[in-house]
Design a protein around this ligand. Structure first.
Ligand code: SF4
Ligand code: SF4
Length: 144
């Protein structure tokens, strides 16, 4: 199927399904994923929390293998009763997840399916997409 048509279908499904899912009843992304943070985001949130960067970094951050900054705990420190306590200062990755509004769905299948059983939005979009595209597994050819 034309990748642009797949994107169109995914975006339409996302607009229909995402508003029906209550993220505050789920929180699986905040509970189970490693969260990337950039310097600008760390500066903004540390200032909001009235902490120096040194204290903020000690409290909440670690460096990943490639040197990138990550939140040092899973679930995320800032999730309380399934709600983000720093919502206006949450990170780009938090805003973007589960990325069903982005283009090139067909190039993001690996990550999409990595989160398929974690995120009800992804699960429902993929299941509906299978119906709409009449997706069927090709039967294996018999070998003698
Ligand atoms: S995993 Fe999906 S449904 Fe659950 S809180 Fe995150 S974005 Fe919302
Ligand atoms: S900063 Fe907020 S939205 Fe992002 S992972 Fe933590 S609790 Fe979730």
């Amino acid at each position: 199927m034309d990748p642009a048509l797949v994107d169109q279908k995914v975006h339409t499904l996302n607009n229909k399904i995402a508003p029906k899912i209550d993220c505050t009843a789920c929180g699986n992304c905040c509970k189970t994923l490693l969260i990337n943070v950039n310097e600008k985001e760390a500066d903004a949130l540390s200032e909001h929390l009235d902490q120096t960067r040194e204290i903020f970094d000690n409290n909440y951050l670690e460096k990943g293998m490639n040197g990138a900054l990550l939140i040092n705990a899973v679930p995320c420190h800032f999730l309380k009763e399934n709600k983000c306590t720093v919502y206006n200062y949450r990170f780009e990755g938090c805003k973007e997840f589960p990325a069903m509004h982005l283009p090139h769905f067909n190039k993001r299948l690996f990550t999409t399916f990595m989160h398929y059983n974690r995120c009800p939005i992804i699960f429902n979009i993929v299941e509906q997409l299978k119906i709409e595209t009449q997706f069927v597994l090709e039967p294996k050819s018999e070998t003698l």
